[in-house]
Design a protein around this ligand. Structure first.
Ligand code: FES
Ligand code: FE2
Length: 374
């Protein structure tokens, strides 16, 4: 994938890429776990993935497994995937549906979907044991735009404060109502930051994505979020193309009530730390990036359309899926080559160009989050 994005408005003279240890060091990854992944709101997927009571998904964040579920009352909740008896991981499947309870496979401690412990064999023989003292450990959970976000901090920054620049920003795209129609997970041999940085500029588009550049000219558009945890802007879709698809035709209904300008634009934003959101007139794509090691990441890419699109004439999500699947693979490959290069002893931070103002701003936000000097 890519987002492109020009503009020199946020460019700072002297901006350089990160030193190599940020891409290779297990200590840096551990520090990111403490300072970023255990403190920030992390996107873990879509609300629509868990529509019914009992539905759940697992999210792996900073060496933790988190259960995100819908309880019997229909409320969304998140818990650490850790039994309160002897700590066993409660469930393993990445997605699924609980019956009315969660039962630990080891000694059958049983929890309601609101986290309360309701069964603990033989523990009534223990003096002063009270099931109420042993609920599943809760995790903070919020939704925005139909996306699920969790925060592992004991006292997280309020979501409405952290996401203030985005709240209401994309209302015209109807994000909460969109339906996921395609999902591809990619394993990429590159540090997670290389993937975010790659998404944040289109200087590489003419060389890495020549066919994409015919639909989305790399020097078109402008950025409108240029500093901070959310970065990006729009590119123009080159006429007569209607969208960023293989054929250039729209692949479905407009996502919302879009003004004329938005019907010719594609918007690309990185949402710190690990979400990327691409909005086109007729479909959206969101990515979540999951660090696995300093040099390995998993990227989950999901395509979303207007809920009525699949039944509308001319619907052809394949056209958009193939466009980004090809582009994604081109990006992952160059990210893997970047990983190899920045792992060399000879690599030193290099100068960003004015067309890379957004990755430079991303690096500043990252270093600030980590508490490292900029
Ligand atoms: S570890 Fe879960 S019931 Fe014993
Ligand atoms: Fe790209």
């Amino acid at each position: 994938m890519t987002a492109f994005l020009r503009t020199t408005q946020s460019y700072r003279q002297g901006a350089r890429t990160l030193p190599g240890r940020y891409y290779t060091s297990p200590e840096i990854l551990a520090e990111e776990g403490e300072r970023i992944f255990r403190r920030r709101w992390v996107c873990v997927g879509r609300v629509e993935t868990i529509p019914e009571p009992g539905d759940y998904l697992l999210a792996a964040i900073a060496d933790e497994s988190i259960i995100v579920l819908r309880d019997q009352a229909g409320r969304l909740r998140a818990f650490y995937n850790v039994c309160r008896h002897r700590g066993t991981r409660l469930c393993e499947a990445a997605r699924g549906r609980f019956s009315e309870t969660i039962q630990c496979p080891y000694h059958a401690w049983t929890y309601r979907l609101d986290g309360q412990l309701i069964g603990a064999p033989h523990m009534n023989e223990i003096e002063a044991f009270d099931k109420q003292d042993h609920p599943l450990h809760p995790v903070s959970l919020e939704t925005w735009g139909g996306f699920l976000f969790v925060n592992l901090a004991g006292e997280p920054e309020p979501f409405a404060h952290a996401f203030a620049p985005l709240i209401g920003r994309f209302a015209r795209f109807n994000l909460p109502s969109l339906s996921v129609v395609r999902r591809i997970a990619y394993d990429v041999d590159a540090n997670w930051k290389l993937i975010l940085q790659n998404y944040s500029e289109c200087l590489h588009c003419p060389t890495i994505h020549p066919e994409l550049s015919t639909k989305l000219p790399y020097a078109s558009g402008a950025n409108d979020l240029v500093e901070g945890p959310f970065l990006g802007g729009y590119m123009e879709i080159k006429a007569p193309n209607e969208s960023a698809t293989m054929s250039g035709r729209a692949c479905g209904l407009p996502l919302g009530d879009l003004p004329a300008d938005d019907r010719r634009r594609a918007y690309y934003y990185s949402i710190f730390p690990t979400m990327m959101l691409s909005l086109h007139p007729d479909y959206a794509v969101f990515y979540t990036v999951w660090p696995k090691s300093p040099a390995e990441s998993r990227v989950v890419c999901e395509w979303m359309v207007h809920p009525d699109s699949p039944r509308s004439p001319g619907y052809n999500i394949q056209d958009a899926e193939e466009f980004w699947d090809r582009t994604n693979r081109q990006d992952w490959h160059i990210c893997e080559r970047s990983q190899l290069g920045v792992s060399s002893r000879m690599y030193q931070p290099g100068p960003y160009s004015p067309r890379e103002s957004i990755p430079a701003a991303w690096d500043r936000g990252y270093l600030k989050a980590l508490g490292h000097p900029i």
